[in-house]
Design a protein around this ligand. Structure first.
Ligand code: 16G
Length: 242
């Protein structure tokens, strides 16, 4: 489509339509960066003001978003979790068609502190598995998960498995005969701490979804306490109400 100054359709609208067409045809796939304002202006033979008008209208429609100092990016649909089913991160990502992986920050045995003992119904000083991972989707950090499990239910788990690729729930189910049956979860939005900002690559002002989960096996036996934060810009939660 050529930009035609003689048409009654304003120039910025013509550019807007042209860009939408190219996004639909994946000339600019989701998540990709659009050419700079300057390049678009010279490509279409219009002023940068006109290009900016077209880009602003695409931002308002939620087709693209701008990143200060970096340019304009095609909107990428958020990964969403549908609450109501107990899934693992790995399963959830497979359902979304993305490739899950993790960066293991800690995988070690510790002695339980008071606050953990209450949730896991264990006594002070009991051995627990402390597993902290940055969870990634297609190699992009999505969440930081910090899990505590009684070591007695999964002895040797830290030495035997590599949680940069292994799924914790699969290992528990298949190697320790400990299926996860149900969980209770609390959620709140908050701002990330400086350490969290660094680990999941968000800046100070980007809200994260903070989730605390206690997961139970048979006979309401608590198996894990997990504190997670999910990137608010990448993750969406749906809730099934019946
Ligand atoms: C999910 C769970 C987390 C669990 C993890 C296991 C939430 C909020 N959290 O991320 O509690 O430890 O899955 O994932 O949904 P994995 O089996 O892929 O290691």
């Amino acid at each position: 489509m050529n930009i035609n100054p003689d048409l009654s359709v304003p120039l910025y609208q013509q550019i807007r339509e042209h860009l939408i067409q190219q996004i639909n045809e994946s000339v600019y796939p989701s998540g990709s960066r659009l050419p700079s304002e300057r390049d678009l202006a010279s490509h279409f033979g219009v002023s940068r003001v006109t290009v900016r008008q077209a880009l602003n209208s695409l931002i308002q429609e939620g087709v693209i978003h701008s990143q200060t100092g970096k340019g304009h990016y095609v909107y990428k649909p958020k990964l969403d979790q549908e609450l109501g089913f107990l899934t693992s991160f790995t399963e959830e990502m497979h359902q979304r068609g993305v490739d899950p992986s993790s960066k293991v920050i800690h995988a070690e045995i510790q002695l339980a502190m008071l606050e953990i003992t209450e949730h896991l119904q264990i006594t002070l000083g009991t051995e627990i598995v402390f597993l902290q991972r940055v969870r990634q989707a297609d190699n992009e950090p999505i969440a930081l998960e910090t899990a505590y499990l009684p070591h007695s239910i999964c002895p040797g788990i830290v030495e035997r498995f590599d949680f940069s690729n292994d799924s914790l729930y699969k290992v528990l189910r298949e190697e320790y005969a400990c299926p996860l049956i149900w969980a209770k979860q609390r959620m709140q939005a908050r701002l990330p701490t400086p350490v969290e900002q660094k680990l999941i690559g968000v800046n100070q002002g980007s809200p994260v979804l903070s989730i605390t989960r206690i997961t139970y096996s048979h006979h309401n036996h608590p198996v894990e306490l997990v504190r997670s934060i999910y990137r608010g810009d990448q993750y969406e939660l749906g809730i099934i109400l019946r």
